[in-house]
Design a protein around this ligand. Sequence first.
Ligand SMILES: Cc1cc2nc3c(=O)[nH]c(=O)nc-3n(C[C@H](O)[C@H](O)[C@H](O)COP(=O)(O)OP(=O)(O)OC[C@H]3O[C@@H](n4cnc5c(N)ncnc54)[C@H](O)[C@@H]3O)c2cc1C
Length: 598
Amino acid sequence: MPSYQAPVDDARFLLNDVFHIDRYANLRGFADATPDVVEAILSEAAKFCEDVLTPLNRVGDKEGCKRGNNASVTTPTGFKAAFKQLVEGGWIGISAPPEFGGQGLPMIMTQLVNEFLGSANLAFSMYSGLTQGAIAALITHGSAEQKALYLPKMIAGVWTGTMNLTEPHCGTDLGLIRTKAVKQVDGSYKLTGTKIFISAGEHDLADNIIHLVLARIEGAPEGTRGLSLFVVPKLLPNPDGSTGTRNAVSCGSLEEKMGIHGNATCVMNFDGATGWLIAEENRGLHAMFTMMNEARMGVGVQGLALSEVAYQNAAAYAKERLQGRALTGAKNKDKPADPIIVHPDVRRTLMTIRSFNEAARALVMWTALASDLHRRSEDEKTTQAADDHMGLLTPVIKGVLTDTGFANCVLAQQMFGGHGYIAEHGMEQFVRDARITMMYEGANGIQALDLVGRKLPKDGGRALQAFLAEVQAFIKEQGGDAAMKPYVEPLGKAVGHLQQATMWFMANALGKPDNAGAGSTDYMHMFGLVALGYMWAKMALAARDKLKAGANGSADRMNAKLITGRFFMERVLPETAAQLARIQSGAASTMELPAEQF
Ligand SMILES: Cc1cc2nc3c(=O)[nH]c(=O)nc-3n(C[C@H](O)[C@H](O)[C@H](O)COP(=O)(O)OP(=O)(O)OC[C@H]3O[C@@H](n4cnc5c(N)ncnc54)[C@H](O)[C@@H]3O)c2cc1C
């Protein structure tokens, strides 16, 4: 059975030495994140994930969820008790506003805890993850009444949330949504339609389930301009907050699927279900985007989470499994063979995964910090810059961290040889579970189009310019330092490729959009590599400074950082050259073949 140890030391290094969260003490909630509080959160979350959720991961995979009478759904053995513990620990509302019962702590803490939860048990973590997304949408767009009624219960985890977009004929193209809403005399609406693939749509973990549903009000325009967002509770709440009668929304069936068996993926039937409008009529997609952006970041974290746990198990196996001898002569002379970790190709594989994980964690934290600045700073320029950062980096984090997260699970599985293919070691479950992260919350091809088609040109390219300016300023500042050269020089080259690719799009894609479409996935991955490279340069600087200052017991870890960062710069980042060549080849050979010849 796989094991998991939450990367608490790495989290501490990023919080204290790379992002210096103590410098933000002037922001709401940050002063409360004292070293003691941060330590307690990290260690308690680690314990819960390692001891309670990790052993349940296999149980959830094997048992799956079951649909019973009354359209009820039972989660796997142990999930209910574990969810109770999650609720009692207050883990859902770490960063939620205190006026609704949250702890108000920085989002950066929530993202760390969510990574631990996802590594330990991805399917389980989705019940709380979707609730956090629904909370975010209600905070931003809900009326005062809706906030008072739903938020305290959802933040406490007594009620959970869902996101209802997808319909049988409508996935990426939300303009095709048919679920209908009819206004009633009391101001509520009756919703009728079928949603599919709804994560956590029905289960036995909470007293009530609050569905956020995109639907079209009778007479509204076609397309996305006619969509409105509704809150549709499973049990209709009484004005005092207690749960009343059953609403006309039910789980029609459970999807059988490749992975995340412990999470209920439901067909949801709305048969004249009572719902209430969130925000304005026909502004539903705008409101739902708050939840979708939150969820996209969350799914990116899932990619990292699985890559991390798969790496940990592959590294442990590589130190134990005896096969062959080192190319430079036997290392384990008293044993019949050396452990496979002596082989350079095994090392290459492990270093590839490790160098991604550490930088991806930093990238998530950098962006979570931007979300904190956006929500908590009083300075307009700061909040705008933070918003730009999140807009630009969200599709990159979703697309790159999940594509690479899945690829890394496959690499980690490969370390086990044939033992990775059988269920016993749990590696094939990581591969199966990771696969969905590339598809849901907008398939990754759509993330790439969002980056190239919407986020790059937005506000005259302001977000990209700010990103490039920050990276280039760092390169200039550190360029003269010989010790930083192995990091800064390759980063400079990769940034150059990113600029060339952007200019190529500007010159060649405005009149020929297929050039942008054909190059968008390469561009997204190039952007991701540059961002991860920048994270490595920042981490190398912090590690070097820490070593200079005496390292305080962490010299081995800091040296490992410097080595892992060098590996990334030498062996991973140069991929940007190939990506640039592919982008600059344009769309001709991609689009030439007539559709009927496929
Ligand atoms: C396990 C699971 C859980 C899910 N949970 C939820 C949930 O909780 N709530 C919810 O609402 N939905 C959920 N989904 C649905 C999920 O978000 C959609 O499956 C996803 O958005 C893709 O939609 P689709 O499957 O209809 O694919 P399609 O939209 O049909 O796309 C098929 C392929 O075509 C590509 N494509 C489509 N349009 C374009 C375009 N314009 N340009 C380029 N490429 C394009 C896509 O990238 C994709 O690769 C879940 C799905 C699964 C499998």
